[in-house]
Write a protein that binds this ligand. Sequence first.
Ligand code: C2E
Ligand code: MG
Ligand code: MG
Length: 570
Amino acid sequence: MGPDSIKVLLVEDNLGDARLVHEMLLEVSAYGFQLTHAKTLQEACEYLATGYYDTMLLDLSLPDAHGLDSINHVLNVSSTLPIVVLSGLDDTDMAIEAVQSGAQDYLVKGQGDGNLLTRSLRYAIERKRSEERLTYLAQYDPLTNLPNRMLFHDRLDAALQHAKRHDERVDLMFLDLDHFKDINDRLGHKAGDDLLVNVAQRLQGCIRAEDTVARLGGDEFTIIMQGVSHGSDVATVANKMVSALSKPFTLSGEEIFVTISIGIATYPDCGDHAEALIRNADTALYRAKSDGRSNYKFYSDEMGVAVNDRMTMIDSLRQAVHRGEFQLHYQPLVNTRSGKVFGVEALLRWQHPNCNPVPTAEFIPLLEETGLIHPVGEWVFHESCRQIRLWQQEGLPPLCISINLSVRQFQKHGLASMIANVLKEYQLDPSLLQLEITENILADDSAIVTQTLTQLHGLGVRLVIDDFGTGYSSLSYLKDYPFDTLKFDQAFIHDITTSKNSASIIAALIKLGQSIGMTVMAEGVETQHQFNLLNEMGCDQYQGYLYARPMDATTLSQWMHKHHPRQTQL
Ligand code: C2E
Ligand code: MG
Ligand code: MG
């Protein structure tokens, strides 16, 4: 008997039938099968416990078991064993029921020959193998071998039922990697996959055998912890995970650092069914992220409301892109000395169809967080350059357009070439384009940011530091970057008439900025008094309600025709 022979366990109490089977198998291939004979189910189960057998031929009328129960019994002992039923009854319904109970085939005694029997046994093994594979795929994530979303739901339901009966707690953690998308974009999907596999392993190292780590998709993982006695134990595990993942990963020869955020919801405090716990763990996760990432948060009721609004708003924003609900308003930028408008700043507006206009401070951070800032930002470029071109054709003087860019837009490849293409498409002189970036950009000295700044400078567009004075940056730092204009934050301007300190800081910054060759600008100028002071200090440019508010394109065009009928100057 070769080592590759198929080990068959025959369970049959009738010796004549057993001999028949033996002969049938011999007749076809003497060495292909290795047959063991058991006369009762009890005896068969003892053999099965050895794990030696490839398949089973099972008679359904045995002294110690009868009918389909035998199949269940066998599967309880060995759930992966392929079973071919041998029955004295030629009964189609019975045959179907046998297969539904978990048998792979049903043969009627006295029908067929050795060939049929052999084929049936081989098929049974193959069929069971592919069934197992399908069952596995239906329940596990093939990349990380962790339970998938489906099995996660089953396990969570089971954990909750158990907890209800035994008066225990269940802790549900939702976890995702901060900035996983950026890593994927930068290093490619293969490296992204490797990272997920490594993360899965480290997470498993942090939990007990009875807990479940599952992967819900993408970089979303979840952990079910059962029967923990104190919240502090859960916090310990969360801390362990944060620190396990803070050690570097080596991907494509590069050391990568990742951080995770975790949201935790506990049965029974945060919900008594799976759906509520999942929703609340997700809410807590969002809160952990918005509180600065790389941390964990337990759900509390007060989080519910705010995040609900947030989720609705994100949904609406996604649709807003497609439905064209965004609009640009334009606010004149003025040359202090000549009093002439030299350009306009494009400011994004969102008109939700059923609401009042949503304040920028509410929706722009969401655009950034969700990555929607990329398509929307690109739209802003097209729309404002198209508008500038239209105004030129209308006979308005050549206005410069100032566009705001968020730091996130700089962290993605292709910004400079996108801008170059738009300029070309609308045949705009690059010197008419000005880009406003907040000083946070200086905190990110990654290669891509520096490279993009250099490329943009090379294109001949002007670069403005927006909201200057709110961050930490110093002027000496600034001179290493190719910025042309310094725009002081409105909070400073607001204070200059009331606070001597603010006034002297602004006066000094104006001098310093100009001494390193920069143009200086004030925004948020609302009163004549503020204007007079800035004028005396020698501020080059300004913008504010005192002169003009942001206006839609048509209003701005009418306003320009009225106030600036002649050629303006840069
Ligand atoms: P920012 O670039 O500093 O824009 C100036 C903000 O001050 C604008 O607010 C403008 O309406 C407001 N403003 C102008 N003059 C006055 C004034 O005299 N007094 C007062 N109190 N406010 C004045 P807005 O339009 O709400 O924009 C807020 C911020 O949103 C902008 O600050 C900018 O950082 C960002 N933003 C606007 N549009 C875009 C965009 O298309 N892309 C990106 N990434 N960010 C944008
Ligand atoms: Mg701005
Ligand atoms: Mg500003």
